[in-house]
Design a binder for this molecule. Structure first.
Ligand code: FMN
Length: 358
């Protein structure tokens, strides 16, 4: 087995080219991100919804407490991984996206990874922190090109790396505007990664690493992604089901119990498809019966629950999944969830992926 190379993104170098994907709400917090970063990968804290169970959250100060909780999370992860590379995942669709980006930068994170929408204004929000690497998540070359043009024109900057996340296998919100894209091979890593690598070298003429995400589980998946031209991989589902994963044991148990038949794609309140487990809550939603907790904090800039009541408060449902309420939670997962047969240790995953060469 060849040694995996290091991964340089902006000014930051991780020993191994393995990024743990940001997973909200609170599935990837400081414990998981710190463990991944201390094992030589890039650990990612998901910024969404951190206020939800914070002792100072009083129902009215959600956005202020999110900032405080995010700074705390970065500090705790940093203590676990001195010298490691830490990222914060900020979702474009959030009402307080700009504040979250700024507070992550202020807290001293190394990079911002940003998807669930195109992060067109990300350089503006991070402009006072030039050492913070900026990494958009896309699912097509077209999306990467839009970002490239806008950033170049308005900010004179290009992304430090680009994550290509395929909607075919990934967990959580998918980079697809229509349901039919979710199974469209035009959005496979095999289609998009080589085209994006070519676009970056031939058109942009810049050395921007491409990271492959969605359906990466073992070393053969990593080697395949590298053969397409990727210089790193982002893994979500496998890291969610680890001892260090920040979710409740009951969330992880849902992963252990899941089979391929339990995985479904639904239209989320954000207005894009999302992949999740079919539990009683999701089964009812698919049947057209909408049940929701009250809006937690108007956390999305466009929310179909707030606007039309046709969906549900996603923050409440994701918090219920994090705490492990099988009946009412929204358990996001990738198609690899059926491969979760035990709760692993992050260091064991690294050892396996590196072929014992770590
Ligand atoms: C439970 C869960 C929550 C997720 N939440 C987010 C999120 O908050 N922001 C984001 O950009 N991606 C999110 N994702 C996507 C992951 O970061 C990752 O890119 C994706 O799951 C990779 O595919 P894999 O799960 O097949 O490895 C989530 C995925 C899962 C499984």
């Amino acid at each position: 087995m060849n040694r995996l190379p290091e991964l340089k993104i902006g000014k930051h170098v991780s020993r191994y080219p393995i990024i743990q994907g940001g997973m909200g709400v609170k599935i990837s917090g400081p414990k998981l991100a710190g463990a991944v970063a201390s094992n030589g990968g890039i650990g990612t804290i998901a910024s969404v919804g951190l206020a939800c169970d914070h002792p100072q959250f009083n129902g009215k100060n959600y956005f202020d407490i999110n900032e405080i909780a995010l700074a705390d999370a970065v500090r705790i992860a940093r203590e676990k991984a001195p010298g490691g590379v830490l990222a914060v995942n900020c979702m474009v669709a959030l009402t307080d996206y700009d504040r979250q980006v700024r507070s992550a930068c202020e807290a001293g994170v190394d990079m911002i990874v940003s998807g669930a929408g195109l992060p067109m204004k990300l350089p503006e929000y991070a402009k006072d922190y030039p050492d913070v690497a900026l990494v958009p998540i896309v699912s097509s070359v077209k999306a990467a090109d839009l970002i490239m043009r806008k950033w170049g024109k308005l900010y004179g900057r290009i992304p430090d790396a680009i994550v290509v996340e395929t909607p075919l296998y990934a967990g959580g919100h998918l980079g697809a505007t229509k349901m039919e894209h979710v199974s469209d091979q035009a959005f496979s890593l095999e289609s998009v990664v080589p085209d994006l690598v070519k676009y970056l070298s031939d058109t942009v003429k810049a050395d921007v690493p491409v990271i492959a995400a969605g359906g990466i589980w073992d070393r053969s998946d990593i080697d395949r992604a590298f053969s397409l031209g990727a210089r790193g991989v982002q893994i979500g589902t496998r890291f969610a089901c680890t001892e260090e994963g920040d979710s409740s044991m009951r969330f992880k148990q849902a992963y252990l119990d899941a089979t391929d038949d339990d995985v479904v794609v639904i239209m989320s309140p954000v207005g894009i498809p999302g992949r999740a487990l079919r539990n009683p809550f999701v089964a009812k939603y698919i049947e057209g019966y909408v049940e929701s907790k009250p809006c937690l904090a108007a956390c999305l800039s466009h929310c179909t629950y707030l606007r039309e009541r046709t969906t549900f408060c996603i923050a409440g449902a994701l918090v219920d999944a994090y705490t492990g309420d099988w009946d009412t939670g929204l358990f996001f997962c990738g198609t690899n969830v059926s491969k979760c047969t035990k709760i692993e240790r992050v260091s064991d995953i690294f050892e396996e992926l590196l072929g014992g060469l770590a």
